[in-house]
Design a protein around this ligand. Structure first.
Ligand SMILES: NC(=O)c1ccc[n+]([C@@H]2O[C@H](COP(=O)([O-])OP(=O)(O)OC[C@H]3O[C@@H](n4cnc5c(N)ncnc54)[C@H](O)[C@@H]3O)[C@@H](O)[C@H]2O)c1
Ligand SMILES: [Zn+2]
Length: 377
C-alpha cells in the first residue's frame, strides 16, 4: 500500500495510506518522531470509537474489536478531548488543551497525535505548533475530508467569530497515518462530504482520476476498502504535488481553491449549517459553469462534473433558498480577494486549469457570480 512522500518548504513527511495502519501506529510514530511522550488529542465522538480500547491498555498484541474500529495500540501519556464539531475549533478550546498539557508537566519531548477529522487536525496541529514554541505532531485522520485534504499541507488553526481559520500557523506534521478502515464508521453525510474534494482533485489535476471516480462511484459509496484506499492515495498525491510546488498560497497552489469561493459564500450565508463538502460540490459546479460561460472551458465540462457529483450522492442544487445578495457579499469579502476583486481558479477542461499569466486565477464579474449562484437554486 502506498506511502506518499510530501515535500514542501515547511518540511518533509510521508503519508501512509493502508487499511489496518492504525495497528502499526507505535512503529510508524516511533520512526517518524523518535521516542516521545504522546498526547492524543481527539473529539468526544471519535474517542467513543477508540478511547476505551486504548485506555484499557489492551496492548500491542490484542486484536482490534471490530473491522470498523481498529485499535490504535498506543499508550499515550494523556488523552485529551473536546466536544465534536466545528463550534469547538476556537481559541477557547486551544487554551484549554494547552493548559491541560502544561498542568501535566509535559516538556519538549512531547508529541501530539491528532486523531479525528479536520476539526481535530486543525486544532491539535495548532496546539502542537504553539506548545512550548512548537512540538512535533502526527496527523491520524479519521474522516475522508481529513485524509485527502486537511491532514496534508501543514495549515493549522482555529475559527473566530469574524470568520473561519483566521488565527493559525503553518506547522507540518511529522507523519500522516490514514487508515481507510476508520471510514467505515462515518455517518453517511460526513463520508460523502469528503468526496467533493476528491472530485475537485480530478477536475484540477487528473482527468483519468476523474474518470476513475465516475466509473467507480458505486464501489466508492459502498465504501469498498480497495476503492477508498485508492481514492485517498490518489487525492493525497495530487494535493502533495501541488503544495510541493510552492508554499504560501501564491501561484499554482490557488488551484486547490477551485469551487471554494462560491462554497465559502454559501457556507457563510447558511451560518455554516451547510457542510463544507456539500458547499464545495455546489461551488465546483457553479465555478465550472462560470468557466464555460467565460469561454475558458470546453462546453460540456460542467455537465460532466454534475453527473459525477450526483453519482456519488453530493448536492447539485441548494436545498434551502439562499439570500443571493448575502452569498455575493460573503464572496466579495473573502480574505483571498486582492483589492476587492473576486478571482477564481477556473478549469479549462478535465484535469487542466487556466494559467492566466502565471496567476492561476482570473477576475470574475459580480453578474456572472450572481447568475452562477442563482442557477444552483
Ligand atoms: N488544514 C487544512 O488544510 C484544511 C483543509 C480542509 C478542511 N479543513 C478543516 O477541516 C474541518 C472539517 O473537517 P471534517 O469534515 O473532518 O469535520 P469534523 O472533524 O468535525 O468531523 C465530522 C464529524 O465526524 C465525526 N467523526 C470523525 N471521524 C469519525 C469516524 N471515523 N467515525 C465516526 N465519526 C467520526 C466527528 O466526531 C465529527 O462529528 C473544518 O474545520 C475545515 O476548516 C482544514
Ligand atoms: Zn475544502
Amino acid at each position: 500500500m502506498p506511502v506518499i512522500p510530501v515535500r514542501h518548504a515547511l518540511g518533509s513527511y510521508s503519508v501512509h495510506v493502508t487499511p489496518g495502519a492504525l495497528g502499526s501506529l507505535p512503529e510508524l510514530l516511533g520512526k517518524a518522531m523518535g521516542h516521545r511522550q504522546l498526547v492524543i488529542i481527539s473529539d468526544d465522538e471519535v474517542s467513543r470509537y477508540y478511547d476505551e480500547w486504548t485506555r484499557t491498555g489492551a496492548g500491542v498484541d490484542s486484536e482490534a474489536p471490530g473491522d470498523a474500529t481498529p485499535g490504535i495500540r498506543l499508550r499515550p501519556k494523556a488523552w485529551l478531548s473536546f466536544p465534536a464539531g466545528e463550534a469547538s475549533k476556537t481559541r477557547e478550546t486551544w487554551i484549554r488543551l494547552s493548559d491541560e498539557m502544561l498542568s501535566l508537566g509535559l516538556d519538549r519531548r512531547t508529541a501530539v497525535v491528532a486523531l479525528g477529522g479536520g476539526v481535530v487536525g486543525d486544532l491539535a496541529g495548532f496546539v502542537a505548533a504553539t506548545f512550548l514554541r512548537g512540538v512535533p505532531y502526527a496527523q491520524v485522520p479519521t474522516t475522508l475530508l481529513a485524509m485527502l485534504d486537511a491532514s496534508v499541507g501543514g495549515k493549522v488553526g482555529v475559527d473566530t467569530p469574524l470568520g473561519k481559520n483566521l488565527i493559525g500557523a503553518f506547522h507540518a506534521p511529522a507523519i500522516v497515518v490514514a487508515d481507510p478502515l476508520t471510514l467505515l464508521s462515518l455517518p453517511d453525510r460526513v463520508f460523502r462530504s469528503g468526496l467533493a474534494e476528491a472530485v475537485k482533485h480530478g477536475v484540477i489535476a487528473d482527468a483519468s482520476y476523474f474518470t476513475w471516480i465516475e466509473s467507480n462511484a458505486p464501489r466508492i459509496i459502498a465504501r469498498e476498502i480497495d476503492a477508498l484506499a485508492h481514492l485517498v492515495a490518489r487525492s493525497v498525491e495530487i494535493k502533495a504535488a501541488v503544495v510541493g510546488e510552492d508554499e504560501r498560497e501564491a501561484g499554482r497552489r490557488a488551484i486547490l481553491n477551485a469551487g471554494h469561493t462560491i462554497a465559502h459564500g454559501l457556507e457563510l450565508e447558511s451560518h455554516y449549517r451547510l457542510p463544507h463538502g456539500e458547499a464545495v460540490s455546489l461551488g465546483l459546479l457553479g465555478e465550472c459553469r462560470i468557466a464555460e460561460r467565460m469561454g475558458l472551458a470546453q462546453p460540456g465540462l460542467a455537465d460532466r462534473v454534475l453527473g459525477v457529483l450526483q453519482a456519488v450522492g453530493l448536492p447539485t442544487r441548494i436545498a434551502h433558498r439562499p439570500e443571493i445578495a448575502r452569498v455575493l457579499d460573503a464572496m466579495l469579502h473573502d480574505k483571498k480577494n486582492v483589492e476587492g476583486q473576486v478571482r477564481l481558479a477556473l478549469p479549462t477542461g478535465l484535469g487542466a486549469m487556466h494559467e492566466g499569466e502565471g496567476k492561476w486565477t482570473v477576475p470574475v464579474t459580480h453578474d456572472l457570480l450572481a447568475s452562477a449562484v442563482s442557477a444552483l437554486t
